[in-house]
Structure formats: C-alpha cells, structure tokens
Design a protein around this ligand. Structure first.
Ligand code: SF4
Length: 308
C-alpha cells in the first residue's frame, strides 16, 4: 500500500473511532476536500455541523473563524482544527477596540458583520451575514438607521449597490487573496478562453467585478455554473474552488482568473495534519463561554431575518 493510501486508511479508521464529522471549506486543498464528509462555504458547514446529532466531535478544515463559528453554534460538542495557525488576515483587519471606536462615532448605527470575523467581533456586532445573503441582511435594516459594515470593503461596496444603501459606513478590510486577482488577469483569461463567462466572488476588487458576467458566493458559483449552458468558465476566487466546481459540474471546464489567488492560510491544512489531529486531538477550539453566547446572537439574528 502506498503512503497516501495508508494515510487514508488510518484516517478513516480514526474518524470512525472518534465519531468525527470532517468538514472542509471549498478553498481547501483537493486531497482534504476528498476526505471530508461535507465540502461547502463556512456557514453552510457550521450549520450542517450544528444540525448533526450523531457526531461526537467536529474536525473543521478551513481557517480559525470558521471553526469558531461551528463551536459558537454548537457549544456542547468539541470542534478541532488541523492547524491552529490557519488564521484569516481579513478577519484580523478589525479589532474589538476599532469596532468600539467606530460605534462611538456613529451612535445608533447597526453593525453588520460578515462571518469572516473573530468571535469577539461577532459578539460586539448586531447581525451577521455571509456573501450569499449580505444584501438581504442589509435590506432588513430600517432605512432610518445607519449601517456599519465590517470588515470587507469590497463586499461592502457590492452590497451597498445591491441593497441600494449608498450611505453605509464600510470598514477598510480586504481579503489579500481575492485582491490578488487583477483586471488584466480577467482580460487575459477572457482572451485565452473566449466565450467563457467570468464568475467572481464579491470580495474581488470593484474593477474585477465590473468585468464579470456573474458575481456570487461560493455556493452561488456552484449553482450558476451547474445551471448555465456554458461549458467553460473563468473563476475569480480562491483557486481551491476550481476543484470543487470540477467535481460538482462534471464535463465542464474551469479556469482560474489567476493561479496567484491561492490563500496560504487555507493551504496550511494537509492530509497528514488531518490525520494527526484525529490521532492527538491537540487543537480544540477554545472560546470564552460568555463571548460565545454573545457571538451566537448576531448569527441567530441573521437566520431570523432570512426566515431560514
Ligand atoms: Fe481569509 Fe481570504 Fe483566505 Fe478566505 S481566502 S481565509 S477571506 S484570507
């Protein structure tokens, strides 16, 4: 048996013994997506984990804020990560003190927090959103209330156009990986693959979004590409998404707008680290229970607004 097959065999045995549910974000390396019980976006995965009653532990392959969200939604069950160094630079671009300062400058404003935030930031926010539902969440805020949108300026800019709220106070954070996708990358990809629709994530720069046929969350991308009659697509998001699309849309071809949109934090997870965590259980998510309880409120508010 080769070493890859031996790792998979050991991993499957351990996951059964531990009663573990293995979740992988769409930006994870292909080998990690292949061993997951479920592949999806951060909230899809956290909510699926919360609904699952049979697992005894959750192993979340993604970045830390995602595993935290799973732990916030289901505090009675341990959530583990393969590598605790897998942070998200976007989530780190606003601190609790900065949020308190901007709130003080805009008393009465509603803080809408993208799920790509730490538990502390969620705990100090009013309502959460994902890239799939951000416009709906923003529209739910009464017109006479100011909105502070954190932490992603590109998503904020797109959402304010979608929701017709030109007056939003948008935090200055950005995803370094999505920001690596440039206008010229999209133009070059179009020239190389004429006729292929350009599908980009709202975390991309405005000038990149302006060139796209479709702007969508990762779950929206899967839906669009599955339903579109096109056979080839140019994908403007983290490169791991191409693998998920290839699996979910057999027979279609996907070209990354640039190979440089490769998130180093997402790629900290390897098959070996998944196995080691199942073996050693060395990296549980630890949250202050009061922070976790406070962070659950804006997530529940989001679910309430969506009527989901
Ligand atoms: Fe954070 Fe961007 Fe990496 Fe996602 S792709 S984890 S938003 S840095």
């Amino acid at each position: 048996m080769d070493s890859h097959a031996a790792i998979i065999e050991k991993l499957n045995r351990l996951r059964r013994e531990r009663g573990a549910l293995v979740l992988a974000h769409s930006y994870q390396p292909a080998e990690v997506q292949d061993v997951a019980d479920l592949v999806g976006d951060s909230l899809e995965l956290s909510r699926a984990a919360a609904k699952n009653d049979s697992a005894r532990l959750v192993l979340f392959c993604g970045v830390n804020f995602m595993a935290e969200t799973a732990a916030i939604l289901r505090p009675d069950r341990p959530v583990h990560v393969p590598d605790p160094n897998a942070g998200c630079p976007l989530a780190n671009m606003i601190t609790p003190r900065e949020l308190a300062d901007v709130r003080r400058e805009h008393p009465g404003a509603v803080v809408v927090a993208y799920v790509n935030t730490s538990a502390e930031i969620k705990a100090a926010s009013d309502i959460c959103c994902t890239s799939a539902n951000a416009a709906q969440v923003v529209r739910s805020v009464p017109a006479d209330r100011e909105i502070i949108f954190i932490p992603d300026r590109n998503l904020g800019d797109w959402v304010q156009q979608q929701a017709g709220r030109g007056d939003m106070i948008i935090w200055r954070g950005f995803c370094p990986t999505h920001n690596r996708i440039m206008e010229r990358d999209v133009r070059e990809a179009r020239a190389a693959h004429p006729g292929a629709p350009v599908v980009v994530h709202p975390e991309c720069r405005p000038e990149v979004r302006a060139l796209a046929e479709e702007i969508a969350s990762t779950s929206g991308m899967v839906r669009f590409c599955r339903e579109s009659p096109a056979r080839e697509f140019i994908i403007g998001t983290e490169v791991g998404m191409v693998y998920r699309l290839e699996k979910e849309c057999p027979g279609k071809r996907f070209w990354p707008a640039t190979e440089l949109a490769d998130c180093p934090n997402m790629k900290l997870t390897t098959l070996e680290k998944v196995l080691w965590e199942l073996q050693d259980l060395a990296h549980p998510v630890k949250l202050d229970p009061a922070v976790a309880a406070a962070a659950r409120r804006p997530l529940e508010k989001m679910v309430e607004v969506l009527g989901a």
